[in-house]
Write a protein that binds this ligand. Sequence first.
Ligand code: PLP
Ligand code: 3DJ
Length: 432
Amino acid sequence: MVQDQQDLDLYSKEYARQLDEHDELASYRDEFYINPNSIYMDGNSLGLLSKRAEQSLLDVLGAWKHQGIDGWTQGQYPWFYLAEKLAAMSAPLVGASADEVIVTGSTTVNLHQLVATFYKPQGIRTKILADELNFPSDIYALQSQLKLHGYDPDEHLIRVASRDGRFLQEEDIIAAMTEEVALIVLPAVLYRSGQLLDMKRLSAEAHARGILIGFDGCHSVGSIPHSFSEWDVDFAFWCNYKYLNSGPGGTASLYVNRKHHGITPGLTGWFGSHKDKQFDMEHQFHQADTAGAFQIGTPNILSMAPLIGSLELFAEATMEKLRQKSLHITRYMMELIKHELSDMGFTLGNPTEDERRGGHVSLEHQEAARICKALKELQHIVPDFRAPNIIRLAPVPLYTSYSDVWETVQRLKAVMVDKQYEKFANMRDVVA
Ligand SMILES: Cc1ncc(COP(=O)(O)O)c(C=O)c1O
Ligand SMILES: Nc1c(O)cccc1C(=O)C[C@H](N)C(=O)O
């Protein structure tokens, strides 16, 4: 913690204020639209709008307004090259070269594309290895890809069990890497508990057994640094609307390790063409020799445009500093929770060690659904609820202050002490 704060009560509001004063990323808060009447702790589900993301969207709209079809090749951000431009801007966040990334599709569609490409059952190697805690959409995609190959997902999709319902043990995953496994798909950071898996170790163990491995980076990209190429990850996919603040339904991304460039995409479309060849309109597919080959159809330009401004902020703030603050502010939140909310039925459901923790804090409570409702409606804190008993709180380093965290814990305490949650039914709402 900060030196001149030695005499301060670590749990005081003044201490939080001083942490904000010493926060070298504090100025980035002004880059965002922050509702002054509430505290946003849901940036792990939908990140907030930044002024630069708004501006880049307006710039792209302006190109459409003034240039029409010429916007594809002219203007500030020619649309024909936008996926590649954004890939180059994203590459440092995942430890890749620009040509190993492409901004395209949606998370689930990208997973379909990558499995359609890399799942090649042969002999007894016919199974896909996943885990029982992964996000449902990933599991649905894997099940449907297995069915397309004529396999029964109940037999061919192995889901590594969690010992405690929260975390996965790398040893258990490695033990499940048998000679029957063709492909592995795992989350980088688990969406409920926020556990960060050891991607380097898992990739090495998979490769030692002749298995390809890919990661879902939805809850990790923009929150932790990655070294996909150095770790020799085969492929990865992620959304850009959580920590990367590209807006609801913002176009997603994928990574394909350079060693696989040239492999025929499972799902081909003309935007996967070599850029010089695409408009020759031949019926022979000349694929790009980059991750661009995995694009399918026309990019969703308006859903990509906010990412331009947003990624500029990441380049300036740097992932290293963002991770440093994220670790510090989540630790601060955990300390406050332990101090203020002990004996109230809460369990900390995220890893406490820095090297195993993603960007959010996961609090478990049997009344979690209605505690979230009371927090939102009565205390103007925006958390999110994940069934059956999880309150996720994400102090996002670009725009969350230490004072926000202090307030959140105080208001959560009020909800509990005054039993404000009893005014609500303990059931989830439609989205959270
Ligand atoms: C871990 C994870 N995977 C996949 C998805 C699905 O993403 P999409 O709806 O953008 O396809 C999400 C979020 O919705 C997610 O959190
Ligand atoms: N993708 C979402 C959506 O379309 C609507 C509401 C929420 C989401 C989310 O991203 C939820 C998020 N993946 C989660 O971790 O729960």
